[in-house]
Design a protein around this ligand. Structure first.
Ligand code: ADQ
Length: 480
């Protein structure tokens, strides 16, 4: 017997797609939370009438009942403040996040963090086992929940289980540092289908399974000893392209674009950066490159301004606090050195905005600058392209963002190479309409054809069409 409505499609993600907001009078409401995962999955949930299991984002809360918010069925999983510290800030964001992003920062390995990771993964798996209807499809999301597929399969072999990793999957040389590498691989292998952003990541995974766990593999398929195949393949994520374009074309956004121009003193060109404030995103280096272009006399603050929007993120993690201070110091220095009254070189905002404001910023920007050191995909780059319905605007994009594999016509840069980045920024700044139009037209074609609906449909269809494999306890193992 269960308290929950059983669902045929269950999404399991670390966070619910909403944040709980408690008002001064004690009233509680929910606000859609920012971030790539939510932007990507919300349309899928709505289309399939699914249930979403996740943490509401506040620690030490009594576990409360499932609820429906804005048409979405949401099932909360609670975390204690110790678990937030050890599972979320610790193992997820202090160990896995840097390890999976090329060790851009040094990952920390702590056994208590691992214990909390196992405990919390088990709680999510238990909840999914309870909520999923017979033979339902469960789609587990991202690096915080890599043990859930096997934990869930142990309880519910009738389910079809998919897993999608939104961040990169590192090469064996880096992954092998992880003391719990084998457990993570085995946890993931509980899924029938494991999706990655890029083919290279899927190949890293398959190679690791072969060498570390010893299972047989053929191309993108792994054969477990009981004969169950697990497919590991790439499904590059995308955005709600039509939704963004529609927003970009709206009167409200158009008006707001004019207001932004006016507020900035109508500069000839606007550069824009929009990121979660994260050390993988390369915000510091890009602003330094821009600052040097002004210093060197290539760009005049009367002509151009750089708007940098940095969404607050993981603010309780030490490294993120340090990063914020560093960026704010740099912005202060560049503006102090080069700004004039009413003409700052960089207009910096540390806040989260509604989609309308994001669309207005994308519309206002002549040069969009996306320079992560490593990024699973990067939806901001695609959102910019979606909003440029007049085939104008220049995208400067790191070759280490997953998006670079599709958006080949961007000005591709190596974010570690400041001089190279400066050259690309200048080129994009000076490019004529013909050049930007040629590039943007090609990129728009890609983003229009491959939107988030297609991404989800492709993944779910692949999951549904995989050959059915029954509980190993009732079926003799095959030899394939
Ligand atoms: P993120 O690291 O969060 O996502 P990204 O893909 O750029 O990175 O997605 C950010 C999302 O948040 C975008 O949809 C953007 O519009 C939104 N956003 C950013 N700043 C905002 C602001 N100030 N206000 C409001 N919204 C803001 C992770 C991985 C990525 C992967 C996605 C999806 O790190 O590599 O592309 O998941 O899989």
């Amino acid at each position: 017997m269960t308290r929950f409505p059983q669902a045929d499609l269950v999404i399991v993600a670390n966070r619910l797609p909403v944040d709980r907001v408690t008002h001064p009078d004690g009233e509680v409401s929910w606000r859609r939370s920012p971030g790539g995962l939510v932007s990507a999955l919300e349309p899928v949930m709505r289309a399939n009438d699914g249930a979403w299991i996740g943490w509401p984002g506040a620690a030490d809360e009594e576990e409360f009942a499932p609820f429906v918010e804005d048409g979405l069925s949401l099932i909360p999983v609670s975390l204690s403040s110790d678990e937030v510290e050890e599972f979320y800030e610790g193992f997820s964001n202090g160990t896995l996040w840097p390890l999976y992003h090329d060790v851009v920062a040094k990952p920390e390995f702590h056994r208590e963090w691992w214990d909390a990771y196992v405990r919390v993964n088990q709680r999510f798996a238990d909840k999914a086992a309870e909520v999923a209807a017979k033979s339902a499809t469960v789609w587990v999301q991202d690096y915080q929940l890599q043990l859930v597929p096997q934990m869930l399969r142990d309880q519910r072999p009738d389910l079809r289980i998919g897993f999608y990793l939104h961040i990169p999957f590192p090469p064996a040389e880096l992954f092998s540092q992880l003391p719990w590498r084998r457990q993570i691989l085995e946890g993931l292998l509980g899924a029938d289908l494991i999706g990655f952003q890029l083919p290279g990541a899927a190949a890293n995974f398959v190679r690791l399974v072969r060498s570390r766990v010893g299972h047989k593999t053929h191309r993108d398929t792994i054969y477990l000893p009981d004969g169950r195949p697990v497919k590991a393949t790439a499904f590059p994520i995308s955005i709600d392209t039509a939704g963004f374009e529609e927003l970009a074309r709206s009167e409200g956004v158009e008006k707001r674009v004019q207001e932004i121009h006016d507020a900035l003193g109508n500069p000839r060109k606007i550069f824009l950066g929009v990121d979660r404030l994260d050390y993988t995103k390369g915000i510091y280096s890009r602003l330094r490159a821009f600052g040097e272009l002004i210093r060197d006399g290539h760009i005049d603050v009367e002509d151009a301004v750089f708007i940098q929007v940095a969404t607050p993120s993981r603010e309780r993690v030490e490294q993120y606090r340090i990063l914020r201070d560093e960026i704010e110091r740099l912005v202060g220095r560049i503006n102090g050195d080069h700004g004039r009254i009413g003409r700052p070189a960089i207009s910096y905002m540390h806040s989260s905005y509604p989609r309308e404001e994001m669309a207005a910023l994308y519309r206002a920007a002549d040069v969009m600058v996306v320079t992560p050191f490593r990024d699973g995909m990067n939806l901001v780059a695609k959102e910019y392209v979606a909003c440029r319905y007049e085939d104008d605007g220049a995208l400067v994009l790191s070759e280490f963002a997953g998006a670079a594999k599709e958006l080949r016509q961007a000005w591709l840069v190596n974010p570690y190479d400041i001089d190279g980045m400066k050259a690309a920024l200048l080129e994009a700044y000076a490019a004529d309409d013909k050049e930007t139009g040629r590039r943007m037209r090609a990129m728009r074609k890609t983003v229009v054809q491959h939107d988030v609906a297609r991404w989800a449909a492709d993944f779910l269809q692949e999951l549904e069409t995989l050959p059915e494999h029954h509980d190993k306890s009732v079926r003799p193992s095959s030899t394939s």
